[in-house]
Design a protein around this ligand. Sequence first.
Ligand SMILES: Nc1ncnc2c1ncn2[C@@H]1O[C@H](COP(=O)(O)OP(=O)(O)OP(=O)(O)O)[C@@H](O)[C@H]1O
Ligand SMILES: [Mg+2]
Length: 140
Amino acid sequence: MISLSEPSAAVNVHTTSDIVLARRLARELAARLGFGRADQTRLATAVSELTRNVIEYAGSGECKIFDTSDSSFKCVKIIVEDHGPGIPDIERAMQDGFSTGGSLGAGLPGTRRLTDSFMIESNPGLTRITISLSVRKNNP
Ligand SMILES: Nc1ncnc2c1ncn2[C@@H]1O[C@H](COP(=O)(O)OP(=O)(O)OP(=O)(O)O)[C@@H](O)[C@H]1O
Ligand SMILES: [Mg+2]
């Protein structure tokens, strides 16, 4: 297990190739920890959506990937943050179909459904979204 201060991977997010890298690193950590294929895909999809938002609405940001497993649970925690304008109305932004970008408005609500925990903190100058996925270990 690695403490939250030391990510197992961190990606500066500026371009679509950074999205691809962040996706891959999240999937690789999940695979290494023994998450199944569906959970690996859930995490990769969540990372895609959050990092895509960073590029679209803030220009750039960072994605940090942590192994927060303990003796009972395998757990991946991911923090995606940016220094853009922030999300003025988080409740609206979490609704299916709400988009200020002329898009589907499915990214944030979809990500919440895909993950076990989902938290948004957002103010002008700092938006931080923290997600995690965990599964119980099969302890004999
Ligand atoms: N990092 C961010 N900074 C500022 N605003 C954001 C950020 N992420 C999301 N938002 C706001 O929240 C809204 C909803 O985001 P969400 O990802 O659900 O939908 P979308 O990006 O508009 O469309 P889709 O993801 O379906 O292509 C966005 O339209 C935008 O207004
Ligand atoms: Mg989006």
